[in-house]
Design a protein around this ligand. Structure first.
Ligand code: HBI
Ligand code: FE
Length: 292
């Protein structure tokens, strides 16, 4: 399959008619055998890597939702399994949707998932959310009732943050939890962030590499922390549980934003004196990259 063919795979969604809420028809029948095969290979590799690395809640939810290596999921059928559990639906979109549209979906328990699958030359890493990142990475935990509540609360919080002009701070919370979060377990650290779960290389890096800092999650600290969008994270934050994360998200964000307005940002690689450090990173990976 040529690169030209693979760029038309995504453009068939970019050029498809979309509704005012940016959703469109997944047109499941239009995926080629090559596209289904890419899903299957991504799924098989993730299964191998995530045993003993993903949190138990995630691995249990994969089974509950019957996600498997049998081709790209049909999002209507997937929603039919998910909705009875937590009220969430998965809706197809072409690409990143505007913030207010994104938050309106989450606040109403709809998760917008990119309908295209990454091209062959980006199997390891791509910056935009494709169907493997969105459906394999994000959707399983929406079957977990506590996580499901947190995501709805985040959508509602996003709508308030936009009205207050505080989206920058709130987006960092999403980044360091929903995308790149780790969690404590009786058997050691586990992954729950979708950005890690959908990347086999980052799944190993986030848990086992000596380079990144691993720091106990503190909501206000995280909301002050910058992040990098185009490489592995320099710091990962570790939550106790979804219950604790949900509780934290029910505090008064108005007061929080007032404090944040007066606080300095924290660099992505910085460790502060107040941090509960689980493992301090050597930052070697990042130094090596800068040198090359
Ligand atoms: N759109 N489809 C999609 N997926 C996202 O994760 C997403 C988005 N639009 C905006 C957005 N994320 C972020 O702005 C928020 O998390 C802050
Ligand atoms: Fe994501």
């Amino acid at each position: 399959m040529t690169e030209l063919n693979q760029s038309t795979e995504k453009s068939r969604y970019l050029s498809a008619p979309k509704r005012p809420d940016f959703t469109l028809d997944q047109d499941w029948g239009s995926y080629s055998a090559a596209e289904h095969d890419r899903w299957d290979r991504l799924f098989a590799r993730a299964q191998t890597v995530l045993k003993g690395r993903a949190c138990d809640e995630f691995l249990a939810a994969l089974k509950t939702l019957q996600l498997s290596e049998s081709g790209i999921p049909d999002l209507e059928k997937l929603s039919a399994r998910l909705t009875p559990l937590t009220g969430w639906q998965v809706v197809p979109v072409a690409e990143l949707v505007p913030d207010e549209i994104f938050f309106d979906h989450l606040a109403n328990r709809r998760f917008p998932a990119g309908a295209f699958i990454r091209p062959e030359h980006e199997m390891d890493y791509l910056q935009e959310p494709d169907i493997f990142h969105d459906v394999f990475g994000h959707v399983p935990l929406l079957a977990n009732p506590v996580y499901a509540d947190f995501m709805e609360a985040y959508g509602k919080g996003g709508q308030r943050a936009m009205a207050l002009g505080q989206l920058k701070n709130l987006a960092r919370l999403y980044w360091y939890t929903v995308e790149f979060g780790l969690m404590k377990s009786a058997d050691g650290l586990r992954i729950f962030g979708a950005g890690i779960l959908s990347s086999a290389t980052e799944s190993v890096f986030a848990l086992e590499d000596a380079s990144p800092n691993r720091i106990t999650f503190d909501l206000e600290r995280v909301m002050r922390t910058n992040y990098i969008i185009d490489d592995f994270q320099q710091s990962y934050f570790v939550i106790e549980s979804f219950e604790k994360l949900l509780q934290d998200s029910y505090q008064d964000f108005g007061a929080l934003y007032t404090r944040l307005a007066k606080a300095d940002d924290i660099a992505a690689d910085e460790v502060t004196p107040e941090d509960h450090v689980i493992s301090r990173g050597t930052l070697d990976y990042f130094k090596r990259k800068r040198a090359s």
